[in-house]
Design a protein around this ligand. Structure first.
Ligand code: CA
Length: 431
């Protein structure tokens, strides 16, 4: 199991000076993995450190990483992280220690192995074979239940018994900074027949996603005691949603084209090792909630204490030099189901997972309005529009809007560990 060791020591400093800034997302205690394009346009695995990227491929070639076995050297020289993700905890821990040693202030500086983050393009960190999106925040599920089923129970009968999810599309997952084209689709006006046209009700969803590390064979479920050990790391996910397309198409089989045009993820995968100081007992259940069945009972500390924020900046705000406006501030701890429970339930049928598969949390909403993770909720289905500092209002997203999600962990006694940000600008629909 991921555990706290010398690599988490909050007093540890790096020879990369920007990593020692107390508000850096990427101090030496973090060491998240990503894939970047080098000056020749080749994909290299990198590790974020301060405002720099350690070129891991170059570090392997220069034999700068101590005690690396041939298999790890090969996986770290690949063009995506799948092979390294599949190697498992012992290797991840070992490589983390080597990276920490190479980047620590007590090591001779190796600036030739760095690439500045600014101006360097990131690509998807892994080949995502399969993507599943859950619905793990009861506050989000309750809000949507109240909006769309005002006469019934806000939560459906299965909600507190199992983590509800659907199989999404891996092919439309894009890395942060990729522009998002407003989709077209079939729309059903209240008072007329269906039409085909541009989505009018485009929304974001603040989510996190877990990259599966080691998978399981078909027919061999992953179980709660070691579920967290199968998870490689965490990214921010924005599950862009076309509410009008979704509303007409979703019955009876669930989300389809309203969700498959784009989902953005942050480029740096923050490992479960780095998050070890931020694991908590959980998830919280409320008084009167049914007991979860034994195969989903938490036995390790699986809840993650990660703070998250959504920021919006319209085209006009950017033109006028107005700063982005914060729409919400929440916590991953608000989830009703943990990633361990999602993974356990998902594989309980015998469904196999592979390294690089991605599990989305579902919209992370908290108890109070300032912690709701979608604009559908914040503007309460358009009935409470949001005032922007450029004088305009939003019920949902308009063309030119830029949505940025930021996330980090911070607590006394541990170094701040950031997930960076996940950003996208809305482009007009094709006409
Ligand atoms: Ca979602």
């Amino acid at each position: 199991m991921a555990s706290i060791d010398h690599t988490h020591d909050p007093s540890l400093q790096s020879w990369v000076q920007s990593a020692n800034d107390p508000i850096s997302d990427f101090p030496i205690q973090n060491l998240p993995f990503g894939v970047f394009l080098n000056t020749e346009g080749q994909r290299h695995i990198g590790v974020a450190i301060g405002d720099q990227i350690l070129d891991v491929h170059a570090a392997v070639e220069a034999r700068a990483l101590a005690d690396l076995d041939a298999e790890s050297a090969c996986s770290l020289s690949a063009t995506e992280l799948n092979s390294f993700m599949g190697q498992g905890q012992a290797t991840w821990k070992h490589v983390r220690a080597s990276l920490s040693s190479l980047l620590s202030a007590s090591h001779d500086p190796r600036p030739e192995l760095l690439v500045p983050m600014e101006g360097t393009s990131m690509v998807l960190p892994a080949i995502i074979g399969d993507y599943t999106d859950f619905y793990a925040s009861r506050h989000h599920a309750t809000n949507l239940g109240k909006m769309f089923r005002p006469d019934g129970d806000a939560l459906l009968p299965n909600y507190l018994h199992l983590p509800v999810g659907y199989h999404g599309r891996a092919s439309s997952i894009v890395v942060s900074e990729t522009p998002i084209r407003r989709p077209q689709g079939q729309l059903k006006p209240e008072d007329g027949p269906p039409t085909f046209g541009s989505c009018r009700l485009l929304d974001y969803e603040l989510e996190f996603a877990a990259f599966v590390g080691t998978g399981n064979a078909i027919g061999s479920p992953i179980e709660m005691p070691n579920a967290m050990d199968h998870i490689f790391g965490l990214v921010i996910l924005n599950d862009w949603s076309a509410r009008d397309i979704q509303k007409w198409e979703y019955q009876p089989l669930g989300p389809f084209n309203g969700k498959n045009f784009a989902s953005s993820i942050s480029p740096w995968v923050v490992t479960m090792e780095a998050l070890a100081p931020y694991r908590k007992a959980g998830p919280r259940r409320q008084e009167g909630d049914p007991k979860v069945l034994s195969y989903l009972q938490p036995v390790t500390e699986d809840a993650l204490d990660v703070t998250c924020e959504v920021w919006l900046r319209s085209h006009q705000m950017r033109e006028k030099g107005i700063d982005a406006m914060r729409l919400s501030h929440g916590s991953l701890e608000d989830l009703t189901w943990t990633f361990a429970q999602m993974l356990t339930h998902h594989t309980s049928s015998g469904c196999p997972m592979r390294p690089g598969d991605l599990l989305g949390s579902g919209t992370v909403s908290g108890t109070t309005k300032d912690a709701w993770g979608s604009m559908l909720e914040l503007a309460w289905r358009g009935t409470e529009p949001i005032d922007l500092p450029d004088g305009t209002q939003r019920k949902l997203l308009q063309d030119g809007d830029e949505v940025t999600i930021k996330a980090w962990c911070d607590s006394e006694g541990a170094a701040r560990v950031g997930l960076g940000c996940c950003r996208g600008v809305i482009l007009p629909a094709l006409s």
